[in-house]
Design a protein around this ligand. Structure first.
Ligand SMILES: O=c1ccn([C@@H]2O[C@H](COP(=O)(O)O)[C@@H](O)[C@H]2O)c(=O)[nH]1
Length: 287
């Protein structure tokens, strides 16, 4: 239970910490996606030194302007163990700078293996522990149980894929129509957040900013989730702040919009990154 987590770790539940960060800094998460092309644009090599410079520059630039940062794990993994060590240092830098982290790892497996993923991303003492991690429910929502429990125990959070921002997601997530796969995930998250009653829950969902009328088409009520809604697709994938507002409607206050390439293109200059972050955040607040 969250109260026990507070006693054990001194850490408030993730949902409460994220709600406070969004209230103070606005509803924006900046993705840290060190793509080879972006490293080149920043005058950096596609190697471990370039990766580290890129990542730490983003944290330094945006920590005071964004509610969270979201390193894309795949782009560290492609550099092998040294790349994962950079990810560890990036997560530590985010923590030191006081900005919440979302490790975009999209993990999911049978329960016994899931317990190991949970240890890696959510347990105190793990070098990869982040404030929250993205999870894939393709093996069934309940297979994520070890991560749900560990997150609650340590005041950390999860974001479960529900309606992803890519067009191919529909071929799985919309199956079932009014009783869609996505609806099962939304309902399961709502049940899970019952343990956080009275505060924003720590079990979030990933719902793309690009999904158009899917919520209406599938009859999904995101208000009932009582958890944060991580919305990728802003910027490089074409969604705007106005799209977010119209797509999410009454659930918009729970939306944490995330943009990577749309902001990172303004680097490596710190002032440029800050201006792009502030402009994106202000657009979300004004929409
Ligand atoms: O449905 C999803 C889930 C995750 N992502 C991730 O978010 C960023 C988006 O990057 P942009 O440059 O802002 O397009 C990336 O890391 C994706 O893996 C997503 O786009 N959609």
């Amino acid at each position: 239970m969250p109260e026990a987590a507070d006693q054990r770790t001194g850490r408030e539940p993730f949902g409460s910490r994220l709600a406070a960060a969004m209230a103070n800094r606005g509803p924006l998460c900046v993705g840290i996606d060190p793509h080879p092309g972006l490293l080149a644009d920043w005058g950096l090599n596609d190697d471990v030194a370039g990766l580290e410079r890129f990542s730490l520059t983003v944290v330094e630039a945006v920590a005071s302007l964004a509610a969270a940062v979201k390193p894309q794990v795949a782009l560290y993994e492609r550099h092998g163990s040294a790349g994962m060590a950079v990810l560890e240092r990036t997560l530590a830098a985010a923590s030191d700078a006081g900005v919440l982290s979302i490790a975009d790892a999209k993990r999911g497996d049978i329960g016994s293996t899931m317990a190991a993923y949970a240890d890696a991303w959510l347990r105190d003492g793990s070098a990869l522990a982040a404030d929250s991690v993205t999870l894939s429910p393709y093996l069934g929502f309940e297979s994520l149980r070890p991560a749900l429990e560990l997150a609650a125990e340590y005041g950390r959070g999860v974001f479960v894929l529900a309606l992803t921002s890519n067009p191919e997601g529909k071929s799985v997530q919309h199956v079932g129509g009014s009783e869609s796969v996505a609806k099962r995930i939304v309902e399961a998250a709502a049940v899970e957040n019952g343990r956080y009653a009275g505060a924003l829950g720590s079990v979030g969902l990933v719902v793309g900013a690009t999904i158009g009328s899917a919520l209406e088409d599938l009859g999904l009520d995101l208000n009932a989730v009582n958890g944060p809604l991580l919305a990728p697709g802003l910027g490089a994938q074409g969604a705007t702040a106005a799209d977010l507002r119209s797509t999410f409607g009454a659930a918009y206050p729970a939306v944490l919009a995330t943009s990577s390439r749309g902001i990172l293109a303004a680097g490596p200059d710190l002032a440029g990154l800050r201006a792009a972050t502030a402009e994106t955040r202000d657009g979300l607040l004004a929409s």
